[in-house]
Design a protein around this ligand. Structure first.
Ligand code: CP
Length: 306
């Protein structure tokens, strides 16, 4: 099977079959991530550039490691010290990278749609590493991989996503991906952090945390994205932590073997208490490991299309 597009811009236009194929490939790639010899040559002779207009630890480093583990040349463009700071447009930057022989550009950008614009204007593959409040498709892939490792399937599972859903590209990609794969997605958030019409993506909105969490297999927290809030959308951090934070009392109705997840970075004690983050049910570090595996899979499958 070959991926249908040269780019990977979001889960909206990716079929359930393609998602399964990427996750199966990632399972194989994880063997390399976990081995003491992290070197395969699937990407030998290829070059990969990460172009991040927003901060990142997990996504940028895992893409870079994924490329390097597979033998590619991997370069990071530091936007602040690049010609972007002199006024170069996104398209010109992309064409400049392509002129140097770049095969894949991985972009994170504060504007929704920036990766799509780039993809239309260069022939290299473009991967969306997070565009504004739109999508973060590789995060959803690694989340789905982590859930599948625990339960063997996504179909029929109940996943609750709690927190700043309004600003969250992670929530959006997960709702699209998980519902496509047959999971039920519940949402709980302060009303000011819940986009109107989000149910149209197939999720169920709850106004009570206990109902939202009841019998769930997965409890997923989200970071409060203060950098995207133009005004304060909840009374105080303390109140947020009490009523919308994930703590043992708020999620007591979830299944006993439920997974506790967070895309990171976590604001400890705000979105989740340390008791939850550091508990046996927490798979936050597994999510990070699986991030390298799914990104290896994606780089491999995109370069294997020709
Ligand atoms: N989850 C995630 O995207 O983390 P980073 O911002 O560190 O890449």
């Amino acid at each position: 099977m070959k991926l249908s597009s040269k780019d990977f811009l979001g889960l909206e236009n990716v079929s359930a079959e393609e998602i399964s194929y990427i996750l199966e490939t990632a399972k194989e790639m994880k063997k390399t991530v976990k081995s003491s010899m992290k070197k395969v040559n699937y990407l030998q002779g290829r070059s990969v550039v990460t172009l991040f207009y927003e901060n990142s630890t997990r996504t940028r480093v895992s893409f870079e490691l994924a490329a390097k583990y597979m033998g590619a040349q991997a370069v990071n463009v530091s936007v602040a010290s690049s010609s972007v700071a002199k006024g170069e447009t996104l398209i010109d930057t992309g064409r400049t990278l392509e002129a140097m022989g770049t095969d894949i550009v991985i972009i994170r950008h504060p504007q929704a749609g920036a990766p799509h614009l780039l993809a239309k204007n260069i022939s290299a593959s473009v991967i969306n590493a997070g565009d504004g409040m739109h999508e973060h498709p590789t995060q959803a892939l690694l989340d789905m991989m982590t859930i599948m490792e625990a339960f063997g399937t996504l179909s029929g599972l109940k996943v609750v996503i709690i927190g700043d859903i309004y600003h969250s590209r992670v929530a959006r990609s997960n709702i699209i991906g998980l519902t496509k794969m047959g999971a039920q997605v519940n949402l709980f958030a302060p009303s000011t952090l819940l986009p109107t019409g989000i149910e149209k993506l197939g999720a169920k909105v709850f106004t009570n945390i206990y109902d939202a969490v009841a019998d769930c297999d997965v409890v997923m927290g989200l970071r409060i994205q203060l950098e995207r809030q133009k005004k304060c959308l909840f009374p105080s951090i303390n109140e947020y932590a009490r009523f919308f934070g994930i703590n043992p009392e708020n999620i007591r109705g979830a299944k006993k073997n439920a997974l506790w997840m967070h895309p990171g970075p976590v604001n400890r004690g705000v979105e989740m208490t340390s008791v939850i983050i550091d508990a046996d049910n927490s798979v936050i570090n597994k999510q990070v490991t699986n991030g390298v595996a799914v990104r290896m899979a994606l780089l491999y499958l995109l370069t294997g299309r020709e």
